[in-house]
Structure formats: structure tokens, C-alpha cells
Design a protein around this ligand. Structure first.
Ligand SMILES: [Zn+2]
Ligand SMILES: [Zn+2]
Length: 103
């Protein structure tokens, strides 16, 4: 997963404002070395380099929850489809595919 970086200099105008690409190393405004930050919109929590995570623990957890819920729903749709018939099976499959794509 791609990660994002941010300026960690509190006195910099880009601090908690601009997200840099992973390939960027220094802030264009203050020249400070960039650090990894949470990818979640509006969240700029720094992430230690050795964590190899794109999101802070809070948002990483939230994302896992969502993925689990999507899986549950897909399983329920699958079960329902078998009971209702071929048309429903097709619809169920499409829904499952859209869940997978969203990841
Ligand atoms: Zn800066
Ligand atoms: Zn976050």
C-alpha cells in the first residue's frame, strides 16, 4: 500500500496541511525531512518508519472494521441468493465484486 509523508516541523506552514508523496524526502517550504503520516483525510498523525503502515493505529483499526463488515454482508447476500434463485445469485455476485473493488 502506498504511504504518504508530511512535514513534521510544527512551525512550517505546510505542517498538518500538505501531504507529500512517498518519494518526496524534504518539505518544499522549510526543507525539513518529511516523515510518514496517516493517509486518512484530515488526520496527520505521524507514523514511525518501522511500522510500515499507511494509516495511524486509530484509522488502521477503523478500516479493518469496515472490511470485516463488508465481508459479513457479502456472505449474507450470498446465502440469500441461493434461496431466491439465479437472478439473485447474479446480483449478489455483482455486489460482492463491488465490495472487493472498493478496497
Ligand atoms: Zn515544512
Ligand atoms: Zn489517522
Amino acid at each position: 500500500m502506498r504511504r504518504v509523508k508530511g512535514c513534521l516541523n510544527e512551525n512550517c506552514p505546510e505542517y498538518q496541511k500538505t501531504k507529500y508523496k512517498e518519494a518526496d524526502e524534504y518539505c518544499v517550504k522549510c526543507g525539513s525531512e518529511l516523515g510518514y503520516i496517516c493517509k486518512q483525510k484530515g488526520c496527520y498523525k505521524p507514523i514511525p518508519d518501522d511500522k510500515h503502515m499507511a494509516y495511524c493505529p486509530t484509522h488502521e483499526g477503523a478500516r479493518k472494521d469496515r472490511a470485516d463488515r463488508a465481508k459479513d454482508t457479502a456472505v449474507k447476500i450470498g446465502g440469500m441468493a441461493v434461496a431466491v434463485g439465479v437472478f439473485a445469485v447474479t446480483t449478489g455476485k455483482e455486489l460482492v465484486v463491488s465490495f472487493v473493488k472498493k478496497k
